[in-house]
Ligand binder design. Sequence first.
Ligand code: PRP
Length: 210
Amino acid sequence: MEYLTFALAKGRLAEKAMDVLSKIGIDCEEMKENSRKLIFTNEDIKCRFFLAKAQDVPTYVEHGAADIGIVGLDTLLEEHKNLYQVMDLGFGKCRFAVAGKPEAADKLNSNNLRVATKYLNVAKHYYFNKKHQTVEFIKLNGSVELAPIVGLADVIVDIVETGSTLKANGLEVLEEVCPLSARLAVNRVSMKMKHDRITEIIKGLKEIEV
Ligand code: PRP
């Protein structure tokens, strides 16, 4: 039997993803050991697992280097790869929001708005296609909350989970963009070639309470 390969977004989602997969009999002892290995195998069930940076998970799945990816909808929306997004896994719930200092609320519909974000495609889609508003985008790679504090931008488009990062920095949600959660993504060819195994996994995941 060929291996079924899973790409998991590093961090909180990966841990939860392995918890959920173990409930349907897909687990990997090797992965629990603390090591510098990048890829882990369970020969008994012919599955391989690797952890990748969230942004890279859709790339591995699109090219078939992974049959299945578990990654946030935020990343899928931003990366926009050619793959099947088959299922909402129900965990990793958070949302995309526009946030800033309370006084930025007055500027939200202005065409001079400066928007900092890690999620440039998501932000462009929101302002151009949904709000029909011209704004200036500033691409950052992390700690985006800094931008409105130090005057780099008026607002940010970012993920809000508990809201504590915003609160700790005197910022607040000014507009909701969309809800987010972890998704199961499948390579288009794998869906045909490994159809039975993949549909069984989807069915199993739908049956358990995530
Ligand atoms: C994300 C996001 C916020 C934070 C939101 O950052 O960009 O900064 O989590 O979580 P909260 O609402 O529960 O405070 P992440 O930890 O992924 O790191 P980053 O700053 O490098 O993007």
